[in-house]
Design a protein around this ligand. Structure first.
Ligand SMILES: [Zn+2]
Ligand SMILES: [Zn+2]
Ligand SMILES: [Zn+2]
Length: 295
């Protein structure tokens, strides 16, 4: 399994275009890993998590072809995670030649929300209508919290996020063969029933990705996002409860300028506290059980 971070920023990107704070100014000066697009990841070359607004520019910059993506898991429809134009661009009106159908996996609420966004922007009809699905070359797979769905050789489980008020926002466990990734943004502290279910399933993850929006100088906010203190506590809990392989790594994503630091400094802090900080273009190759290397 291979995982690539297309983007690692919270809603307004990082640096924020109109911000002159110390973190944004330093990010602009240093560049490189300090320049973050909106969060999404690609697994292998066929599974995307979140059709965000920056997937195209990220794919150009990091030389990742998205034309073979056959599965998209959508966490939710906040604007930093979904740009419905990319779904519309699959229509024959755009002259697009697609490699195959795109399976859209999400909660029913998120699929309904995508339906409203597509409707606002086009007269293509309902995405729940088979004719519209055929025209857009999509199929829909509703994912219920705590249920595992098999798609190809992936085993996908949705977990309710602590983000917003019960609007079907999901985090995902994605397993393939001996490998497993937990994608945990956008969320505040994981809900008790999520921990209970993870414990029951006893999957040992290779990579756990967690929201880090509020960084070092703030607290996590309920039904919102995580801060570093709770990322550290979560990383410890994954390890201590046997939910992370010995070689497993916890990565922070969805970073924002508030409470953040220059990337290398922040990553050093994270390393000392049991996790790492992801950056755009970071590619993880999970090879042979218990062996992983970064490229
Ligand atoms: Zn977000
Ligand atoms: Zn700033
Ligand atoms: Zn969100």
């Amino acid at each position: 399994m291979q995982l690539t971070f297309l983007g690692t920023a919270a809603t307004p990107s990082m640096p924020i275009p109109f911000c002159v704070c110390e973190v944004c100014s330093e990010a602009r000066r240093i560049g490189g890993r300090n320049l973050r697009r909106r969060s999404s990841v690609v697994i292998n070359n066929d599974l995307l998590v979140d059709i965000g607004p920056d997937i195209a520019t990220a794919s150009f910059e990091h030389d990742i072809c998205l034309a073979g993506i056959g599965i998209c898991l959508q966490t939710h429809t906040h604007a930093d995670h979904l740009d419905a134009e990319f779904i519309l661009s699959r229509h024959a009106d755009y002259g697009t030649k697609v490699s195959g159908d795109l399976l859209l996996g999400a909660s029913v609420e998120t699929l309904q929300s995508i339906e409203r966004l597509v409707h606002q922007r086009s007269d293509y009809g309902s995405i729940f209508d088979p004719d519209t699905q055929a025209a857009l070359h999509i199929s829909l797979t509703p994912i219920a919290p705590f249920e595992t769905t098999s798609v190809g050789d992936y085993r996908i489980t949705g977990y309710p996020a602590n983000h917003g008020n019960d609007q079907g926002f999901l985090l995902y466990s994605i397993a393939q063969g001996d490998y497993a990734v937990f994608y945990g943004t956008d969320t505040s502290v994981l809900l008790g029933e999520v921990w209970d279910h993870l414990q029951q399933e006893r999957i040992m993850y290779d990579v756990v990705i967690l929201d880090h929006t509020y960084g070092l100088r703030h607290e996590s906010r309920p039904a919102d996002h995580l801060a570093s203190k709770d990322v550290i506590a979560h990383a410890n809990r994954f390890r201590e409860n046997g939910l992370l392989k010995d070689s497993g790594v916890v990565y922070a994503t969805h970073l924002s300028h508030e409470g953040s630091l220059e990337h290398d400094e922040l990553d050093e802090y994270a390393r000392e506290h049991g996790y790492r900080v992801a950056y755009d273009g970071l590619r993880l190759l999970l090879r042979m059980a218990f062996k992983m290397r970064r490229t």
